[in-house]
Every structure is written in structure tokens, then in C-alpha cells.
Design a protein around this ligand. Structure first.
Ligand code: SF4
Length: 467
């Protein structure tokens, strides 16, 4: 028997697997944050490396992955509802493989969820692909040798590959750079479900971005619960500015974004780096959560309103034309009408581009859940929510109206009906019409219509006026 080296043997065995699996389908349901979207991309790539093809109907799938979120009770209810809806399907088709993944499972062993859903085959922590890949490899006949190593290899390769998604070619991708969070905001369940912060090695991230650029990705968004803390857990490690400088020269990448920042950890060095590096877009997501110091203290956010306002001033001074998004929670335990009004007035003053708004949702295990009464009635939470929603809709309309007549650079990401759509460097959604295929291009568009949430315009050949 001629000697066959490991590489060849690995390739032959993977080939055999893919032939056996051919025509088998996978379906991924993703809810929650961009981190889950990034993880679902990796799951899809790994399953395709094993030979599965995507399907948009769960009923047609041989493997179903539910990648879940529990940041609010409503998200958890949606995940539980989706999971319960699969019970009859599993009864009909016992061979169907169901994988429950993400924050509903969490990083710690979760016997409660295992007991509640005995028909789930594989439970996976957030961002952890290994249980599913190993399960599928173990269930294959003829048996595969050295599954541990081969699974690691398939997972490592999945970071570097864009899955087929059946629609337009993807132009942008999310890349996780730091997992988990070591902060402890009193309302937040994320540290309990995603664990403490763990930064990925810079070389691994560089390799992933380079590989994605080679597959037509022109924009990457670097992800972390507090992305500004990238590298903090690596002794003498790089920081986010170093990471931005490392991926900036990669050919094919036209735009770089990062989220989510934290007012306490956003440094002057980072602001200067954004201002200096041409590919890094003038868009920052930095949640304030509330506009009252006492509420911020009880949230354990680690900054004051004045410090936040100073940060916004610095961003606007050092990054001309910067677009800023924030998060607000209304109805936090004990939030008085006066304290809410301070939040409202602050947003009216700062006139930020985007406000992601949420009503306080008590999350089991968090400090607020254990020690503070959820004393703001749901109808009052909704009144406060509606008030800020109306305010921000008007602010957004005004900001968008200021784009009329301006020429902006749009990275074209796809089509909606007969219009091309894309985003400006400041993350504004723009639609325009043209017969040519402009997917993945940077197109200059002259804006002639503005709504609260999007812009419309006509493509033109000259340079854009937007930075
Ligand atoms: S910074 Fe606070 S809100 Fe953000 S993930 Fe960490 S604990 Fe949650």
C-alpha cells in the first residue's frame, strides 16, 4: 500500500464525507446582535465545508441551527417559540439534527435548557462551532478518524470563507475580534452568557480579513461587546488602533468599521486613528444608555453625562462629519420623570444620528434583577419610549434633509426591487437607480430625496462631497 501523507488522507476523507453528505441541507435561524450574525456565517461556512447546502425552509433541512439571543425577554421568548415549533418536525423526522446555539445556552453548562428541550441534539455556547461539527462527523458512516483535529481544521477554515447564501454576492462582513465582556452593567445578561472578554490574536483576524477580501468582501466591521477594549486581556497586547492599522493596507478592503464602543474606553488615540486612516469610516456607535448621572451610577456604566458630552464634542472636533449612534434604555428601575426628562433633553441637545431604543427588561441573574424592583409600569415605559422615538425621528429627518443636494460615496451592497442600495461612510442608507450592475462598487450619488431612515439620489461620475 503506497504511503499516503496526512494532508492527502485528510483531503480524501473530507471528500468522502462531502460526497456522502451531498444534497443534505442546512437551515440557520439567527436572532440578536451582529456577533450572532458573524457566528452564523462561520457555522454556514463550516457546514458547507462538510458538504451541506443552504435552504431557506427549515422543513427541508437535515440540520437546523438556532442561533439565539436573550438580551431582552422578548428576544428570549422568540427563541423559545422558534425552538418549540421544531418539536413536531423532529417527531416526524428523528434523523433531523437540531442545534441550539448562542446566548440561550450560554458559556456555562445549562442543565435546565437541556431538560426542557430533550429533542435538541446539540447545545452550543455562543461562537462555539465545535459541538455541532463533531456531532455531525461522529454520526457519519463509514466512521471518520481523528475527528477532533479535523473538526478544528474545518472550523479554522470556516473563519476564512464566505458561505453561499443564494442571494447577491456579499460585499461586507462582520468579524468578531473580542468575545465576551468583563464589564458588569447591572441590567446586562451578556457577561453571564458570553463570559469574560477574550481577544482573538491579531494575526488570526488579519488572515480572516485578507481571506474575505479575496472573496469579494470590500467592507469589514470589527465586533466586540466593548470593541475599544480589544487586546486589553493580552499582556503587552495590541489595542484597537493597532488592529485597525494592521488590516488597513489589505487589498480589496475599501471600508473598515467597528462596534460597539464604550464611553469609558474610547481613547483619544482611537479617535485620532479613525481620523487618520482613510478606510476607517466616520461612524461610531457609543451607547450612553441614560442621560442622568444617578441612573448611570445604578447601571454601573462607569462614566457621567458630562464625560459623555465631552466625548461627543471630541469626536465631532477630530473627525469632521462623524455620524454617531447611541443606545438608550428607558424605564430603568427607579427612573423618575425628572431623570427621564434629562435623557430626553440631552438627546435633543446632542442631536445624534441614531438612537437604538429599548424599554428596560429585567434579565434573570443580573444585579438589577436581583436587587432592584422593576417599578416602572410597562405603559409608562412605552410612553417614554414613544417620546424619544418621536424626538429622534424628527432629528433623523433633519439630519437627512441636510444631505439633499450633496454628493455622497455609497458602497453598493445589493438591490431592493429595482433600486440599488448601499451605505455612505457615515452609514446612511441610500437608494438609487441605474441599469448597470454596481454591486460592490463605490458609487458617487447626488442626493435628491431624504426620509427619516433613508436617502435617495442619482449616481453621478464626479467625486462625492462627503468626506
Ligand atoms: S458593556 Fe455593559 S452593556 Fe455592554 S455587554 Fe458589557 S455588561 Fe453588557
Amino acid at each position: 500500500m503506497p504511503y499516503i501523507d496526512y494532508q492527502t488522507m485528510y483531503a480524501i476523507q473530507i471528500r468522502i464525507i462531502t460526497v456522502i453528505i451531498a444534497a443534505m441541507k442546512y437551515y440557520i435561524w439567527t436572532s440578536g446582535c451582529q456577533m450572532n450574525v458573524a457566528d452564523s456565517r462561520r457555522v454556514a461556512s463550516a457546514l458547507e465545508r462538510l458538504g451541506y447546502d443552504p435552504t431557506r425552509q427549515a422543513e427541508n433541512a437535515d440540520v437546523i441551527v438556532l442561533n439565539t439571543c436573550v438580551v431582552r425577554q422578548s428576544a428570549e421568548n422568540r427563541a423559545l417559540g422558534r425552538l418549540s415549533s421544531l418539536r413536531p418536525l423532529k417527531k416526524q423526522r428523528p434523523d433531523l439534527v437540531i442545534n441550539l446555539m448562542g446566548c440561550l445556552v450560554g458559556v456555562k453548562d445549562n442543565p435546565k435548557i437541556r431538560k426542557a428541550f430533550p429533542y435538541v441534539d446539540v447545545f452550543s455556547a455562543p461562537s462555539d462551532l465545535k459541538p455541532l461539527i463533531q456531532y455531525l462527523m461522529h454520526s457519519r458512516r463509514p466512521p471518520i478518524s481523528d475527528i477532533e483535529t479535523k473538526a478544528d481544521r474545518i472550523i479554522a477554515e470556516s473563519d476564512l470563507t464566505m458561505p453561499k447564501n443564494g442571494k447577491n454576492r456579499s460585499v461586507s462582513a462582520y468579524v468578531s475580534v473580542i468575545h465576551g465582556c468583563s464589564f458588569a452593567c447591572t441590567y446586562c445578561i451578556i457577561p453571564y452568557r458570553r463570559g469574560v472578554e477574550r481577544s482573538r490574536p491579531i494575526c488570526e483576524i488579519e488572515a480572516e480579513v485578507r481571506a474575505l477580501a479575496g472573496q469579494g468582501i470590500h467592507e469589514v466591521t470589527l465586533l466586540g461587546q466593548i470593541v475599544d477594549r480589544y487586546g486589553n486581556d493580552i499582556p503587552d497586547g495590541p489595542n484597537l488602533s493597532d488592529l485597525l492599522r494592521a488590516i488597513h493596507p489589505i487589498d480589496g478592503i475599501k471600508r473598515i468599521r467597528f462596534l460597539t464602543s464604550h464611553p469609558h474606553w474610547m481613547t483619544n488615540e482611537l479617535i485620532e486613528t479613525v481620523a487618520e486612516l482613510p478606510k476607517v469610516c466616520e461612524y461610531v456607535e457609543v451607547p450612553i444608555q441614560a442621560g442622568d448621572d444617578d441612573v448611570l451610577k445604578r447601571m454601573k456604566r462607569g462614566y457621567t453625562v458630562d464625560e459623555y458630552v465631552r466625548l461627543i464634542c471630541d469626536l465631532r472636533e477630530y473627525i469632521p462629519g462623524v455620524s454617531i449612534a447611541t443606545d438608550i434604555i428607558v424605564g430603568f428601575p427607579g427612573e423618575t420623570e425628572k431623570q427621564f426628562q434629562r435623557t430626553y433633553n440631552l438627546l435633543a441637545d446632542l442631536r445624534l444620528d441614531v438612537v437604538h431604543l429599548a424599554r428596560y427588561s429585567p434579565r434573570p441573574g443580573t444585579l438589577a434583577y436581583r436587587r432592584m424592583d422593576d417599578d416602572i409600569h410597562e405603559s409608562e415605559k412605552m410612553r417614554r419610549f414613544r417620546a424619544i422615538e418621536a424626538l429622534q425621528t424628527q432629528i433623523s429627518k433633519d439630519i437627512h434633509a441636510s444631505y439633499i443636494g450633496r454628493k455622497v460615496e455609497v458602497l453598493v451592497k445589493g438591490k431592493r426591487h429595482d433600486r440599488w442600495k448601499g451605505r455612505t461612510r457615515t452609514n446612511k442608507l441610500v437608494f438609487f437607480e441605474t441599469p448597470e450592475d454596481r454591486l460592490g462598487e463605490l458609487v458617487s450619488v447626488k442626493i435628491n430625496w431624504a426620509g427619516a431612515w433613508s436617502l435617495r439620489g442619482t449616481p453621478f461620475l464626479g467625486m462625492s462631497g462627503e468626506p
